[in-house]
Ligand binder design. Sequence first.
Ligand SMILES: Cc1ncc(COP(=O)(O)O)c(C=O)c1O
Length: 498
Amino acid sequence: MQIFNTIKLNKNSTQHLYIQLYNQIKNLITNGDITHHTKLPPIRKLSNLLAVNNVTVVNAYKLLQQEGYVYKKVGSGTFVEDLNTKDLQSKLINEDIRSFSEEMNEAEITKDYLNTRSINFASTAPTPDLFPVDDFKIVLNEVLDRDKGNAFVYQESEGYYPLRESIKTYIQNYGINTDIENIQIVSGAQQGIDILSKSLVEYGDIVFTESPTYPGAISAFKSRAARIIDIPIEEDGIDIKTLQNKLRSFRPKFIYLMPNFQNPTGYSYSEEKKQRLLELAEEYNTFIIEDDYLSDLSFSENVNSTLKSIDSSNRVIYIKSFSKIFMPGLRLAFMIIPKSIYNEVLSAKHTSDISTSGLIQRAFDLYLNKGKWQKHIHHMEDIYKKRFDILVESINKYMPNEISWYIPNGGLNFWLSLPEGYSANELYKLSRKKQVVFVPGSVFFTDQRDSTHFRVSIASVYSKEIPEGIKKLSTLIEVFLKEYKNKQTAMDMYTPYL
Ligand SMILES: Cc1ncc(COP(=O)(O)O)c(C=O)c1O
């Protein structure tokens, strides 16, 4: 019972009390402060201790049970689940429902920025005017003339061999040396994450992620009924102490990370943390999935090496997307897979879509070999750097002082924070009406909890729109901070995405 004295509920928070209680008990369980099969305090006892309504405790326990952290024994009470067991039937059902509703929330946001004339700080997809359509047309025609019908056969599931060869050479520029046999072409990084989940995660397995993290990965892991343990990310990378503690208690199938310009925070790992991560993966015999969706886009002198380039013991499964600096609709990415799991991954790829479009692979191979790719990246760097600088200048000029924010060393995302007690979901609801959209932080947390954070991206907004958009948003935030302050208690009525 003593450990429950550490629980602190904030009645002025925007978050429901039962959610706060759920989160704190969940943390006590995942931190190992309450061990499995320990009985939780009876409802009345805990509600007295915390000076809250019985219903708050009932709802928190219910949610913990739905999430698989506790189980009920009729007539005896509520007990902590053994998180390493796979007895997760109720969790599976619940997670299915949850991931569906999360997709709905993301879809709602996507609809907002696709269907309106909003100034779009939400999307991380490049604006279509940046696509190298003319050059790509040339390589497509050349492939059709050269390969004729062969461009339309089923390609090998591993990928078009000459493209894998070209990629092997191309990534040597990034300090990554691999064999062609380790390279797997996929139809986008999202498919890569999905087939890794299919091949590595079984019902109830544990996976670690950063918190916050990319929601597409959360959905893929949940679709396999994985139990996700999220670990806070700091400005120089994942919180290593917490990671180490969790590794002592759990055996994750892998740790999913974005070491450079993390989505959504823009944080990048220090070289020390990268090194330490690899040591821990080796020590605890697990894999790291490195989602390199953007490391090319560096705007500073700082080193932004990939984890894969320093991975001497084959612990890193590397995924590289071309969506953010090329054309997302091509659906093209590749992975570097350790030999020990290559066959399982290949089989999942085959089951998923047999092979990535042969025509697109052949055209991209030619595009790389003609030296068009490097030229294109430099062009994108110039455009994005301009948008990046204008955004920094606009935030400095217009954002109220109460807003804290982080300037990344590169990439597309900026992570901003409202003062404590304010809701980014609420701000989002208001700003979409004013036709300025961003992504509220809740989307990036595994439990979708409302937060003070929000992500602003420069990918889908034109340079000339940025000052106007940030000015509009800043004016709205000024009003929001004042009005919200007066309505703080009313915000308790707000239902977060859960
Ligand atoms: C971190 C991260 N990984 C993967 C993806 C998916 O990329 P792709 O378009 O290659 O499937 C995204 C897209 O937003 C992303 O942000």
